[in-house]
Write a protein that binds this ligand. Structure first.
Ligand code: URA
Length: 304
C-alpha cells in the first residue's frame, strides 16, 4: 500500500481513463496535434491586436473605424461591433461549398483526371468534402493498379487514417486472409473505398458525403479498369451497384457495373468487419470467393 497517498484523494489515473473513454464514445478517436489549441484565445487575441494604419482611401461606408484601437479599449470594442456581420446563410470562410456544388466540382475534377496519379493529386487538393477537415490524410487506394480484380469498401477506419492505405486494420488483415485463400494478394488486386477520408468516430458517411465522393471512386474504377469488381458490404453495394436489397440478399449474385467505358462483372459480398462480428458469414463468403476465382479464370484474356 502506498502510504504517501491520501486515500480520500481521487485516483488521477481513473479520472484520465474515464476521460479517454468519454472521448472515444464521443468520436474523438484521433489526435490531430501534439498539444491542445485554444481557438477562443486565438480569436480573442486576433480581435484585440492593433491594426495597421489604413490607407486614407480605404474607409468605405460601414467599414471598421480607422482608429488605432488598443487592445481592450472602448474604441476597439466599437470597432468590433461595427465590423459587418456575416449575412445569414453566407458560407463561413474555409467551409466546404454546399453539397450540390461540391458534387458538381467532384464530377468535373474526376472527369479531368487522365490517370490514377492525377486523380490522387486532384483528390488531395479537393476541399468539397467536410470529412477531409477531420481526417488525417487521404486514403486513396492500395495494391496493383493493373490488377484484374478490384475490391471497394465503405470508408477508411482509424488504422487506415493513420497509415493512409485502405484495409490495413483488423478487417484488412481478414480481407488479406480471405484473398490468400484463392491465391490473391495485393500484387494481384487493387483495393479502395467509396469514401476516401476517415469519418470521425467511424460514423456512417452521410448521403451527401457519399454523393460528393462518388465521382472519384467511379473514375478510380474506370482507370483501374478491372475485369471483376467486388463490393464489400452494404454501403459499397448500394452505392456502386444501385442495389436496393440488403447485403444478405444481394451478396453472391453476379451483377454488372458500367465503368463508363465498359460493363464488368460485379459481385457483392459481406464486409470483413461484419465477418469479425459474425464468423458464421464466412461460409457464404467462401462461396463468393470461389465464384470470384471462377469468374477471373473465365474472363482471362487469351495469352499471346
Ligand atoms: N473498412 C472499410 O470499409 N474500408 C477500410 O479501408 C477499412 C475498413
Amino acid at each position: 500500500m502506498d502510504l504517501s497517498k491520501d486515500p480520500r484523494e481521487p485516483d488521477p489515473r481513473a479520472a484520465l481513463a474515464d476521460l479517454l473513454a468519454f472521448y472515444a464514445e464521443a468520436g474523438v478517436d484521433a489526435a490531430l496535434g501534439d498539444a491542445p489549441v485554444d481557438r477562443f484565445a486565438e480569436s480573442a487575441a486576433e480581435r484585440s491586436a492593433p491594426r495597421a494604419a489604413p490607407r486614407p482611401d480605404a474607409a468605405a461606408p460601414g467599414a471598421a473605424l480607422p482608429v488605432a484601437a488598443s487592445p481592450g479599449t472602448a474604441a476597439a470594442r466599437r470597432e468590433i461591433a461595427r465590423a459587418p456581420a456575416p449575412s445569414p446563410g453566407a458560407p463561413s470562410p474555409g467551409a466546404p461549398p454546399p453539397p450540390d456544388r461540391a458534387a458538381a466540382d467532384a464530377r468535373e475534377a474526376a472527369a479531368s483526371a487522365p490517370d490514377l496519379d492525377a486523380l490522387r493529386a486532384l483528390m488531395e487538393g479537393f476541399d468539397g468534402c467536410a470529412l477531409k477537415l477531420t481526417a488525417s490524410r487521404l486514403v486513396f487506394g492500395d495494391g496493383n493498379p493493373r490488377a484484374r480484380l478490384m475490391l471497394v469498401g465503405e470508408a477508411p477506419g482509424r488504422d487506415e487514417d493513420i497509415e493512409g492505405k485502405p484495409f490495413v486494420g483488423r478487417s484488412g488483415k481478414l480481407l488479406d486472409r480471405m484473398l490468400a485463400a484463392i491465391g490473391i494478394d495485393r500484387t494481384s488486386a487493387y483495393i479502395a473505398n467509396v469514401i476516401p477520408w476517415h469519418p470521425p468516430g467511424n460514423r456512417t458517411p452521410t448521403p451527401q458525403e457519399t454523393a460528393i465522393c462518388l465521382p472519384f471512386i467511379r473514375r478510380q474504377i474506370e482507370l483501374v479498369n478491372p475485369d471483376v469488381l467486388v463490393c464489400l458490404g452494404n454501403p459499397s453495394t448500394q452505392t456502386l451497384l444501385g442495389s436496393k436489397d440488403g447485403i444478405t440478399k444481394a451478396r453472391g449474385r453476379w451483377m454488372e457495373y458500367d465503368t463508363g467505358t465498359r460493363r464488368i462483372a460485379a459481385l457483392a459480398t459481406f464486409h470483413p468487419a461484419y465477418l469479425l462480428r459474425t464468423p458464421l458469414g464466412k461460409r457464404m463468403v467462401w462461396r463468393d470467393l470461389l465464384a470470384i476465382e471462377r469468374k477471373l479464370a473465365e474472363t482471362k484474356p487469351e495469352a499471346g
